[in-house]
Design a protein around this ligand. Structure first.
Ligand SMILES: *Cc1c(COP(=O)(O)O)cnc(C)c1O
Length: 381
């Protein structure tokens, strides 16, 4: 029985990654020129059924670029969930725009589209739909809202590589999409990101801005202030390998989730594992536990502390962004048009992630599940 520390997430990096990264190092093309960049971009476009992909330095710069490429800036409101990783919100502020926080749906945590509709004002320019913990947002309704109100709809798919919405791949469902390849994500390049778009004008603008806004027809001529948001060839080599191994690693992730579900946790005392909507085929990223409504962060934190004492790492759901100091002065809107993000606050206090690495053994999963059951029993028996 393995009693070693079980982290929440570990990357799955194999021989192919070693080979391609070595090839990139030996080629001398270690910065942002080199064959792996375009190979990764082309491969990622076809993986997502998107027209264009531009590789960038991380998922946060991807979000920032997507927003500014469409001219979103000072005075513009961008509707985002409060239930997400902080980068969704900080990217809006980096662009100089104003985040407006819409409530989420319980238990999946994705944007509540009714709240989004109520949050639209005459300053609204964009919506960022986050596919939270691998679960796609309800994109058809959001697309309709965007079209009716002339808004830019951006998918933040940092946590959802390969997820399906009504049978369609995320990354090609809005006007643009962004991904992250941070070490704990479904696919990794160490640090890295991608911006996907359907129009060649958008893609050109993104490439221009990520490369110091250098004139494509006149080297070292800069007609605007740009950014250095490029990905390196070394990272792209890792990405090409991860993309080739996607199915292999993804089935391991699915197996992990399946084996957790077989331990009789689902429905036990009303807890849920990776809750999902009927139309969603979520990406298996982190194994998520959502406690029933009568429990909150007090019980959740006791459970996590006890598991930690047994060498089992867990991660609480994201804190509501609208409660943190730099973000607590912006407008919040729930499905009744009021300012209390009831579902966000409740879900944030009831959710946590279990060890979810693709190479977790069945013994580890049984051990974690048995200990979790014991901890739950204290509150219910
Ligand atoms: C990880 C993440 C990001 C940011 O990606 P980085 O590559 O870490 O900058 C953005 N949005 C969400 C929802 C994320 O989970």
């Amino acid at each position: 029985m393995n009693k070693l520390f079980l982290p929440v997430s570990e990357p799955d990096i194999g021989k192919l990654e070693e080979e391609l990264v070595t090839q990139a190092v030996r080629s001398g093309w270690v910065s942002s020129l080199g064959k792996f960049i375009s190979e990764f971009e082309t491969g990622f476009s076809s993986f997502c059924n998107a027209n264009y992909s531009s590789a960038v330095s991380n998922g946060t710069t991807a979000l920032h670029l997507a927003l500014i490429s469409r001219g979103i800036g000072p005075g513009d409101e961008v509707i985002i969930p409060s239930m997400t990783f902080v980068a969704t919100a900080s990217a809006v502020l980096h662009a100089g725009a104003i985040p407006v926080f819409a409530d989420c749906v319980d238990d999946t945590g994705i944007l509540d589209n009714l709240a989004v509709e109520k949050a639209i004002s005459n300053k609204t320019k964009a919506i960022i739909a986050v596919h939270l913990y691998g679960h796609p947002s309800d994109m058809d309704q959001l697309m309709k809202l965007s079209e009716d109100n002339n808004l830019f709809l951006l998918e933040d798919a940092a946590e959802a590589h390969g997820a399906l919405y009504k049978g369609r791949k995320v990354g090609s469902l809005g006007h643009m999409a962004t991904f992250s390849f941070y070490g704990n994500k479904i696919m990794t390049t160490g640090e890295g990101g991608m911006v996907l778009s359907s129009s060649s004008d958008d893609d050109k603008r993104i490439r221009f801005l990520r490369d110091h806004a250098m004139d494509p027809n006149k080297r070292y001529w800069h007609s605007e202030v740009g950014y250095n948001y490029r990905m390196t060839n070394l990272q792209a080599a890792l990405g090409v390998a991860q993309l080739q191994r996607f199915n292999e690693v993804n089935s391991k992730r699915k197996r992990v989730l399946q084996q957790y579900k077989q331990q009789g946790l689902e429905g036990l005392f009303g807890i849920k594992i990776n809750p999902r909507s009927s139309w969603a085929d979520p990406a298996p990223w982190l194994v998520s536990i959502v406690l029933p409504l009568e429990l909150n962060s007090k019980e959740r934190d006791i459970i996590c502390t006890e598991l930690f004492k047994k060498n089992i790492d867990t991660r609480p759901y994201f804190y509501p962004i609208h409660q943190m100091p730099p973000y607590n002065n912006y407008r919040c809107v729930n499905k009744d048009g009021k300012g209390q993000l009831i579902n966000t606050i409740s879900l944030s206090s009831r959710g946590f992630n279990l060890p979810s690495s693709p190479n977790l053994s069945n013994d580890d999963i049984v051990r974690v599940s048995d200990l979790l059951k014991k901890e739950l029993e204290r509150f219910f028996l």
